[in-house]
Each structure stands twice: as structure tokens, then as C-alpha cells.
Design a protein around this ligand. Structure first.
Ligand code: NI
Length: 206
């Protein structure tokens, strides 16, 4: 069996990219429809142009268990109403897989939610490592006024379940602009997962 070959990728914090990636994708505002509370502000911003909200350059050697996928994510600064630009968010399809984010430029946060609905926030700036434990739903938010650039790395067989956030009407809290920079407010549309669903996500039977 041929074994994988070594690689080197150079990160540019300024550009929010890295060299030698195996793939790249971007998400535009229209890809984030339905995530924001202020639908009028969303429509107004979208009418002004379907701008790129974030892009990802990744290195994906394989999807084999035991391998890793890594890359750089860059998110523009911006707001929809009071809410900051954010990623769609997900839980890993193999929910026991963790992830690491390493801040390179800008300021933001990782919004994490446990299966039973607890919110945790990890603020991220340059040189900050954020550990996303197994089983936590996670989304990044750019709370600053410049690009938020982070390196990420996760097990190659993790997969992503984006539907988990849709199924509960969003995450439990919204991150909004405030005098202190940001604040959490309740998401009025949030539907808590049942104990059965929460237990199933961590592989427990109720
Ligand atoms: Ni992830």
C-alpha cells in the first residue's frame, strides 16, 4: 500500500489563505439565509450584493480514520442587524471527533453548544488555540472589524452535520453587538433537543 507523502503549507494571516491547499470553497450571504433574527436587515444586505462571508482553503490528504484535514478559514467583518457574520455551524457527523482552531488575525469567538443545550464561548485572537471537544456543536463568529483568520484541524473522518442547527431552530443563543463588544441573547426560535436526541448524540441510550 502506498503511504501518504509529507506536505508543507504556508499560512498568510494577512490574506487568510495558505499555499498548497487541495481545495477551496466560499460561502456567500445567500448561503446563510434563515440564520439571522433580523430578516429585513438580511434582505436589505443581500439586495446590496451577494457578498462572500467566509472562505476556506483546506488540505485534505484523505478521509481515512487516523488522518487529519487542516486549513485556513477567513471571515469578513460585518453584521446583519445586531448579529455578527458567522459560519453556518455544525456538529461532526461522527460526533466524538474534536477540532482545533488557532487564531491568526482578527478577533472573534467560537460559539459552542452541548447536545443538552449548554452554551460556551471561547474568545479567539491571534495566537489563541481553541479546543472544540467531541460532541459540541460549533460555529465561529467575527466580532471584530477586520478579517477573522484561523487555522483549523480535525480528524479526517469527522464529517459535518449542518442540519443539527436547523432542527433546533438555530443555536440557543445569538451573538449580538454590545457596548462591551458582544453579548449573548436568547434565540426566541430555539427548540431544545429532547433528552433522547441529546443522549443519542453522545452515544448513550436513555
Ligand atoms: Ni467542525
Amino acid at each position: 500500500m502506498p503511504i501518504p507523502t509529507p506536505a508543507s503549507c504556508r499560512v498568510s494571516p494577512e490574506a487568510g489563505t495558505m499555499s498548497n491547499g487541495t481545495g477551496r470553497y466560499e460561502k456567500r450571504l445567500s448561503d446563510l439565509a434563515g440564520l439571522y433574527a433580523d430578516s429585513a436587515a438580511f434582505a436589505a444586505l443581500l439586495a446590496d450584493g451577494d457578498r462572500v462571508v467566509y472562505d476556506v482553503t483546506e488540505f485534505r490528504p484523505s478521509e481515512n480514520g487516523g488522518d487529519v484535514i487542516f486549513g485556513v478559514t477567513r471571515m469578513n467583518p460585518g453584521r446583519v442587524g445586531k448579529e455578527f457574520f458567522l459560519t453556518r455551524g455544525h456538529i461532526h457527523a461522527k460526533s466524538d471527533r474534536p477540532e482545533i482552531y488557532y487564531g491568526q488575525k482578527g478577533t472573534g469567538l467560537m460559539q459552542l453548544e452541548s447536545p443538552d443545550g449548554e452554551t460556551r464561548i471561547v474568545e479567539i485572537g491571534p495566537q489563541t488555540i481553541c479546543y472544540v471537544p467531541p460532541y459540541w456543536i460549533h460555529r465561529s463568529v467575527n466580532t471584530g472589524d477586520e478579517d477573522l483568520v484561523m487555522v483549523f484541524c480535525y480528524p479526517a473522518d469527522s464529517g459535518q452535520d449542518y442540519g443539527i442547527i436547523e432542527r433546533s431552530g438555530g443555536m440557543r443563543h445569538r451573538v449580538v453587538a454590545a457596548d462591551a463588544g458582544w453579548a449573548l441573547v436568547d434565540n426566541d426560535g430555539y427548540v431544545p433537543r429532547t433528552p433522547e436526541v441529546a443522549a443519542a448524540l453522545i452515544g448513550d441510550a436513555v
